[in-house]
Design a protein around this ligand. Structure first.
Ligand code: ADP
Ligand code: MG
Length: 624
């Protein structure tokens, strides 16, 4: 397995200028930028002293783009041009949108391009462009506070982000004029912020509950190497749900119906959020709702009641923790560190339940809003060459297996799911027919045996293979997945050196639900798939035997066989031809064996003949 050494030992002894670098937490709800100054990583504030930049962008009709709190303040008055939560559609295709959980409050432009475009007063925009606006704002903030151009940045992404989502994030960075050193998984960044990379070994669980998403990751650390053992979560669960629960409860208590009063609903939601955040410190709070003609109602919300309201959500997150640990084959008691990430982990009962589940206190000294950006800043600083210590090796895992199509519509897996990346794996394939000069490489993702049950990522052709007999060519197919999870595939024929390759950059990705479904299917259909594979393999074998015998008969059949012998072989041939497309794999197997048996003598005679040809004019001793 190829591991990526991020910094060379000894590199830091070479004197160099300090290069400016930053870490960016590009969140669904909020984004932050951080940098290492005088050896300390800290988040950078805007001119008003605010660290947190709401991930909201507003496009106006006269070419103005607002980002952050100013954009957010227009959300109610200009909802269609004020875009929030675009991280949810990063790397998604138009057809993916239908399957996404949760509602998407945008108006999509009517078009048939694969990347969804959101309709705004400034024309259609993609999630990549919207994210680039957020990144640009953070870049300007960083360059203003640090007093110079950034040499590069590290941008964090959820551990479950697939190839397309990572690619889209990188593209957004480039569009914002940033040099993206690399992408980093959010949980890994949190672990780096706590200095866990400097510890010897251990298992860390990162529990991240934000505004609209929840995820939990299990990391293993061995000699400075982080590996994501497993991840799980729900992309439609977070603090926003708590706001909605409180709002619904308070409206019912106040006997108000917000069904036809969007303004009342928005007010209730804003009040709910304020109440929720104040209950972090207070035991109770009062929610004040004004409606209609200046009548106002006051409702008291206690922390106990609040905890009851959100318990169904917390319970779900704990179930995910259990499931994710099981997937990593780790017991709760084996987890040495628990890190809390995301604004919603400030809620005392969230902490309590997480600590109860793992049976130990969680790390929470670093602000849960800032911890990801801080870890990213430390990585960026090191990648810029400023770090004094040795580098960390950061590993991720592949969410699904990768492979190629082989004869019979089958998938041959080169890299298994959950393999740590970066990784490169190669396998040799050969030609099926005599004189075959081209081969199609079909790259697939998934856990099933048949091509149609996996996801097609790319196809490309290897051409100009020198004509050889079937099975003589050595074609080496190499899969390489880089540290950002991006795949490139190459194929090379050994004797001639001809090669072809493809970078797999699908413009759309898999949804979590799809990944889950593909995994579930692979268990459910395991037995059925095994039979299907066996049948397909036998069909391929039958065709290969027929093909080889056919060409041998054409060459030597007349010389080496009597008419009667030829007829017997012909019968066995016809029998196999008749069954080889059928569904009965046992029948195919027997017909193949029968044909091989009937043609044994013929094959032996051909062998003798070719030996005689070679030996003509030579003495036997020469070959001994
Ligand atoms: P994301 O990672 O999705 O961008 P954040 O980690 O910034 O989100 O979390 C934002 C969420 O945290 C919001 O729902 C916000 O209401 C919630 N939050 C922030 N502070 C508190 C608090 N003191 N108590 C409860 N919830 C809080
Ligand atoms: Mg976050």
């Amino acid at each position: 397995m190829a591991l990526l050494q991020i910094s060379e030992p000894g590199q830091s002894t070479v004197p160099h200028e300090h290069r400016l670098a930053a870490g960016i937490d590009l969140g669904t709800t909020n984004s932050l930028v951080a940098s290492v100054r005088s050896g300390v990583a800290e988040t950078l504030a805007d001119a008003d002293g605010a660290d947190i930049l709401p991930s909201v962008v507003r496009y106006t009709g006269h070419g103005e783009v607002m980002v952050g709190a100013t954009a957010l303040s227009h959300a109610t008055q200009d909802p269609l041009n004020t875009l929030a939560s675009v991280k949810r559609i990063m790397g998604r295709s138009v057809s993916d949108l239908a399957t996404l959980q949760g509602h998407l409050p945008y108006q999509f432009a009517d078009q048939d391009s694969r990347v969804p475009q959101i309709q705004t007063a400034a024309g259609p925009v993609t999630s990549i462009e919207v994210s680039a606006e957020i990144l640009k704002t953070l870049r300007v903030r960083a360059e203003d506070s640090l007093g110079g151009d950034l040499s590069g940045v590290v941008i964090t992404v959820p551990a479950y982000f697939d190839d397309a989502q990572r690619q889209a994030t990188k593209d957004a960075g480039r569009l914002a004029g940033l040099n993206v050193f690399r992408l980093l998984n959010e949980p890994t960044a949190a672990a780096v912020a706590y200095g866990l990379d400097r510890q010897a070994e251990g298992v860390t669980a990162v529990y991240d509950l934000g505004g609209g998403t929840f995820d939990v990751s299990v990391l293993a650390l061995t000699r400075g190497v982080f590996e994501v053992l497993s991840t799980g979560g729900d992309t439609a669960l977070g603090g926003d749900d708590f706001d909605r629960e409180i709002a619904a409860w308070v409206l019912e208590k106040a006997d108000l119906d917000a069904g036809r009063d969007p303004q009342l609903l928005r007010k209730a939601l804003a009040e709910a959020r304020r109440a929720k955040e104040s209950l972090t410190h207070a035991g109770e709070t009062v929610i004040c709702l004004e409606h209609g003609t200046g009548i106002s109602k006051e409702i008291r919300l206690t922390r106990d009641r609040f905890e009851q309201l959100i318990w169904p959500y917390i319970r779900k997150t704990i179930a995910w923790c259990r499931k994710t640990l099981r997937e990593a084959d780790v017991e709760p008691s084996q987890v040495q560190h628990i890190i809390l990430v995301g604004g919603s982990t400030r809620i005392p009962c969230v902490r309590r339940h997480v600590q109860e589940f793992f049976g130990r206190p969680a790390l929470s000294d670093i602000d849960p809003d800032k911890v990801v950006a801080i870890g990213a800043a430390q990585q960026a600083d090191m990648l810029a060459g400023n770090g004094s210590g040795e580098g960390v090796l950061l590993l991720d895992v592949l969410p699904l297996s990768l492979g190629v199509e082989t004869m019979g519509n089958l998938v041959s897996r080169l890299i298994e799911r959950n393999t740590a990346i970066p990784v490169a794996r190669a396998q040799e394939f050969t030609t099926f027919k005599d004189g075959q000069t081209a081969m199609r490489i079909h790259v697939l993702q998934g856990e099933r045996e048949k091509v149609e049950d996996c996801r097609s990522l790319a196809t490309f052709d290897l051409t100009n293979i020198p004509p050889m007999v079937a099975g003589a060519a050595h074609i080496k197919v190499t899969f390489q997945v880089d540290a950002d999870g991006l795949l490139s595939v190459s194929a090379q024929e050994k004797t001639s050196g001809v090669s072809a390759s493809v970078d797999v950059k699908p413009s759309y990705g898999l949804t979590d639900t799809e990944i889950e479904r593909m995994l579930k299917d692979s268990f459910e259909y395991a037995e059925q798939d095994m039979h299907a594979r066996q049948l397909a393999e036998r069909q391929v074998e039958a065709k290969r035997v027929l093909e080889a015998l056919g060409s041998a008969l054409e060459k030597d059949g007349d010389d080496l066989l009597s008419a009667q012998e030829r007829e017997i072989i012909g019968q066995a041939q016809a029998e196999l031809e008749a069954v080889c497309e059928g569904e009965d794999s046992e029948q195919i197997k027997q017909a193949v064996e029968n044909l091989e048996h009937t043609s044994e003598a013929f094959v032996a005679r051909r062998m003798n003949q070719s030996v005689r040809r070679v030996m003509r004019g030579h003495r036997v001793e020469e070959f001994e």
